[in-house]
Design a binder for this molecule. Structure first.
Ligand SMILES: Nc1ncnc2c1ncn2[C@@H]1O[C@H](COP(=O)(O)OP(=O)(O)O)[C@@H](O)[C@H]1O
Ligand SMILES: [Mg+2]
Length: 323
């Protein structure tokens, strides 16, 4: 059994560069900065859960050693009370000299693309003002949302979703640490549900392991509110083969027995269409329908009616002999 207070994403958070899996080119470049004890301002762009915060913390650990804490300030652009609070915090923090032999401190600003363009201009002035004593690491999902004057002052690093082999490596490391048995089917399932997001992969594994030290495919789908890809595929094939009643039965099973949300089912339908054995133009028609029904669900239409209507449409598309 897992002890309740331990959160594995924190317990297994890398403290050294060599513990980070994947993102190899990025890590190599960052290591060079750290070895020279010389760091430009950095911009980390990329999706959630792929190692941006980890990389920043590794920089701090390796630059400052055990005394890293007072030399590293972490702020979040979206939950602070606006840019003025952020600038005040930076100002207070930057006023005192760094502790140790590195001539600067590090400020990590998460979700910096949540700042408005005006706030970003203010942020840029702050960066400039304290550039002798502070290095800034700005993290964001989309670098395109960061104003050009900041981009041009930063070395930009693009973090990518983690590929299968990297997620697998981390899952196996945790399985060893927690003495879990992970079936190959469970690893495959975690990779499917986490889509390259390591935070999600680890959280799903931990949720599954609460029930049993032996983790298999079934538990993963039970804890993750995601349908097995083959169930979505079956539903689509039934609909395309005009077995409407059966397709609808499958849909009800997913919505009611599995308790999935309509929007999540639609996202999975979108993912599965690409894998169907269908001619290109039929896939295009299906995708076009998915777009339409996605919009309707977002507008608040009844999800059961809309998803059934979508399956009915799929029957019409599947019906034509040439696809
Ligand atoms: N590349 C990675 N190598 C090892 N663990 C990772 C990696 N990326 C993410 N993780 C795990 O996922 C959690 C979240 O990662 P984090 O760096 O905070 O993501 P973000 O990119 O959203 O800042 C970490 O605590 C760590 O356990
Ligand atoms: Mg982060």
């Amino acid at each position: 059994m897992v002890e309740a207070e331990e959160i594995w994403v924190e317990k297994y958070r890398p403290k050294k560069f060599e513990e980070i899996v994947g993102q190899q080119e990025i890590i190599t470049r960052l290591q060079t900065f750290v070895e020279k004890k010389s760091l430009p301002h950095l911009l980390f762009a990329g999706p959630p859960g792929v190692g941006k915060t980890c990389a920043a913390l590794c920089i701090a650990h390796e630059l400052f050693g055990d005394g890293w804490r007072p030399n590293f300030l972490e702020l979040n652009a979206s939950d602070e009370r606006g840019i003025d609070t952020i600038r005040t915090k930076v100002k207070n923090y930057a006023r005192t000299r760094p502790i140790g032999d590195v001539p600067f401190k590090v400020v990590y600003l998460d979700e910096s693309d949540a700042l408005t363009s005006d706030a970003q201009h203010a942020m840029r002035r702050t960066m400039e003002m304290y550039t002798h004593t502070c290095r800034f690491i700005l993290a964001c999902n989309y670098s395109g949302r960061i104003i050009e004057p900041i981009q041009s002052r930063c070395a930009i690093f693009r973090f990518k979703r983690l590929p299968e082999k990297d997620v697998t490596q981390m899952l196996k490391r945790i399985a060893r640490g927690e003495k879990l048995t992970l079936t190959p089917g469970a690893i495959k399932a975690i990779i499917y549900v986490s889509e390259g997001d390591m935070r999600r992969a680890i959280n799903v594994l931990q949720a599954a392991a609460v029930m049993n030290k032996k983790v298999d495919e079934k538990v993963i789908y039970d804890v993750s509110a995601v349908a097995r890809p083959k169930e979505i595929k079956q539903m689509l094939e039934l609909a395309l083969g005009r077995k409407f009643e059966e397709a609808r039965g499958k849909l009800y099973y997913l919505l009611i027995a599995q308790g999935l949300a309509g929007e999540d089912i639609l996202v999975q339908v979108h993912r599965e269409i690409i894998n169907l054995d269908l001619p290109e133009h039929a896939k295009i028609k299906l995708m076009d329908r998915v777009g339409e029904f996605d919009f309707r669900l977002r507008e608040g239409a009844n999800e059961r009616i809309q998803l059934e209507a979508m399956l009915a449409h799929f029957g019409l598309i599947g019906e034509r002999p040439s696809g």
